[in-house]
Every structure is written in C-alpha cells, then in structure tokens.
Design a protein around this ligand. Structure first.
Ligand SMILES: NC(=O)c1ccc[n+]([C@@H]2O[C@H](COP(=O)([O-])OP(=O)(O)OC[C@H]3O[C@@H](n4cnc5c(N)ncnc54)[C@H](OP(=O)(O)O)[C@@H]3O)[C@@H](O)[C@H]2O)c1
Length: 216
C-alpha cells in the first residue's frame, strides 16, 4: 500500500503490537517515533525508529510528514506523578504533534483513546481523554478515527497490579460483560487500526464497544 505512517506511543502495548503486525512492503514508509530504541523491532528494518527527546516536539516535524498519524501514547496518573504531568502526556503532547502533522499535510489521525472519554466527565482521566478528542476534532483532519476501548489485554512489560487483578476477574467473565465494557486484546485493536488506515470514510468517527471487535 502506498501509504506513509507515523506512530507515537510506539513502545507501548498497542503501538508495539501494531508495529509488530506490519509486514515488509505493506506500507510505503513506517516511522516509529519513540524516546528509546525498540529492540523487538530490530528484525523489521523497514520500520524507521526515530528517537527523540519529547521535551523538543518541534524536532519531530520531519517525522510527522506522513499521510497517517497513529497515536497510542499515554500514561497513568500514578506513573505520571501528578495531574499536571498526566495532562502533559495525555493531552498536550498528542495535541501538539497532531497540529504539527496536520500542518505537514497529514490527512488521517487515528487515536487510541479510552472508554468513557468525555470532556465534561467528572472523572479526571476521562475528562482529559475527552478534552483531547474534542481538540482533535477542531483541528480538521479529513479523517479522524477515535477508538474508545475498555481494559486492554496483552503482554505488558510494566507491572500494573490493578490491571492484573481486573484481568483475572474480567477475562473469565468476559462473555457476561456488555460489549462496551469488554476487555479487548491488543491484537484486535491493532487489526482495527490496520482496517482504519485503509478506510476511505471521511470525517470524524468514534469507535467503541462491539465495533472495535468487528474487523472487516
Ligand atoms: N491500559 C488500559 O487498559 C487502557 C484502557 C483504555 C485506554 N487506554 C489508553 O490507550 C492508549 C494506549 O495504551 P497502551 O496500554 O498501549 O499504552 P502504554 O503501553 O502505557 O504505552 C504508552 C506509550 O506512551 C509513551 N509515553 C508515556 N509517557 C511518555 C512521555 N512522557 N513522553 C513520551 N512518551 C511517553 C510510552 O513510551 P515509553 O515506553 O518510552 O514510556 C509508550 O510508548 C493510551 O492512551 C491509554 O491511556 C488504556
């Protein structure tokens, strides 16, 4: 496919799952924007690893000259250390990079957001996620896909005890859980991202619940 892609959040559960799923020649150019080397991608030299200091977002401009920008970047409030730092990672950085990408001609933005994202939510996490969604809609990408998954499943390097316990309880009972709240495996989201890259649908679209599990 003659599409050029850039990914921010390349080392994370979803970003890496997506990058690992790409075969040589599938896309014209793939750039993983990251703050550290990704050893597991060393066998995929066709994926350019572009290492940056995230305190200097402008340095990424050249790597944002892609048709499609995929954002799987994010942190937790615990890891971030403060609400201010969380806002920086989950709102300010993706928004600044999205604006830069649009200036450079990027037509499609795919965001992995979260269930419950709502700019007016009383829960801080959901509110920040929602604020990013609203701000992205205002940028005017010809194609904006927002994915709102529930709990993510997959092999995560970082230990997250809360998530682990949640998975233990939720996975066996998954069939009882309404689609909107069902945990979703990283491989399914990666497949959905791949589907959306080739989608010709224009405008802004939010994907949640069963739609996320349905891959064309
Ligand atoms: N976990 C869940 O169950 C869940 C559920 C719904 C939605 N989500 C959302 O879905 C998205 C993808 O989740 P995920 O689990 O794949 O994320 P993840 O594994 O936590 O990966 C996050 C990515 O963001 C990068 N990042 C974090 N802080 C950064 C910073 N200060 N500067 C630069 N990069 C930074 C990480 O880079 P480094 O590796 O360099 O730190 C990593 O590439 C996130 O926005 C998350 O909030 C998660």
């Amino acid at each position: 496919m003659s599409t050029t892609l850039s990914v921010i959040g390349s080392t994370g559960l979803i970003g890496l799952e997506f990058l690992n799923s790409i075969g040589e020649g599938e896309y014209q150019e793939v750039t993983a924007i990251t703050r550290r080397q990704i050893p597991s991608l060393s066998e995929k030299p066709f994926i350019k690893q572009s290492i940056h200091n995230f305190d200097d977002l402008e340095s990424m401009r050249n790597d944002l000259k892609s048709e499609v920008l995929i954002c799987t970047l994010g942190t937790t409030i615990k890891t971030a250390g403060s609400q201010e730092r969380f806002i920086e990672v989950d709102l300010d950085i993706p928004l600044a990079l999205a604006k830069m990408a649009r200036e450079e001609g990027c037509n499609t933005f795919i965001l992995v957001s979260s269930i419950g994202a709502d700019a007016h939510a009383s829960i801080f996490y959901s509110r920040v996620k929602g604020q990013l969604e609203e701000a992205l809609k205002a940028i005017g990408f010809p194609r904006l896909h927002i994915l709102q998954p529930s709990m993510l499943l997959g092999d995560r390097q970082e230990s997250r005890p809360g998530e682990f316990i949640g998975k233990l309880i939720m996975q066996p009972l998954s069939f009882l859980i309404p689609w909107k709240y069902k945990p979703i495996h990283a491989s399914i989201l990666a497949a959905k991202i791949r589907e959306l890259i080739s989608s010709e649908e224009t405008g802004s679209r939010t994907w949640s619940g069963k739609e996320l599990f349905h891959i064309n």
